[in-house]
Design a protein around this ligand. Sequence first.
Ligand code: COA
Length: 210
Amino acid sequence: MEAASLLPGGVSLLPPHEEPPRLRPGAPSGQGRIAPVSPLPNYFLISSRLGFRCWTLDDLPLALALWGNPEVTRLLGGPFSPQEVKERLAREIAQYDASGLQYWPIFLRATDEHVGCAGLRPYRPSERIHELGFHLLTKFWGQGLAEEAARAVIAYAFGTLGANGLFAGHHPENAASRRILEKLGFRYTHDEVYPPTGLLNPSYFLPAPQ
Ligand SMILES: CC(C)(COP(=O)(O)OP(=O)(O)OC[C@H]1O[C@@H](n2cnc3c(N)ncnc32)[C@H](O)[C@@H]1OP(=O)(O)O)[C@@H](O)C(=O)NCCC(=O)NCCS
């Protein structure tokens, strides 16, 4: 098996289908045999609790549970109709095809339960500066998962994609996002209009490590 690439911060980059085998729940143990769970979740990036993969059109129910939830999208320009969520999913898929960037769906590695999304979208592509974002289902708020996901994405952006810097912004009332960005080392740079809300969002920058 090809070894996983190690990124800073305990983040691992896995080639597709190369996740270490896991014990199937309830499988006989202590017999020296490992029964791989099937199908493999196809994570390309993992942190201690989370796995990242790419969106597919089959993920519409997951997308509806996330971006169709008015509490999740309250500060992101929502609520969004099912048709708008469907279009958003299609945009994420098309964007990955065009740029290799996406707000990737994230899952609890222990259960494969869908947690939300975290990732990148083009911001200033010619300068290899990407935008960082994270959206979690409400039941996962307050457990440090957004910060953990963001740290994995940052390691991937600088370690694998060779990004020169990351941009991030947040709704003026989104104190949790502000706190996370500051903990991640982002520095406030300016206010910038966020088209979905029309509001001026505090905006931040994180340069690539020297
Ligand atoms: C914003 C969001 C991603 C936070 O996710 P989370 O997993 O709960 O965040 P974390 O647990 O990693 O960290 C939140 C931090 O903000 C702090 N925080 C939470 N609410 C806060 C508030 N009202 N005021 C100040 N700090 C707050 C937490 O205490 C924590 O800091 P700490 O670790 O120092 O205690 C989540 O609420 C979400 O998905 N919201 C909807 C989508 C969204 O708004 N995304 C952000 C777009 S930029």
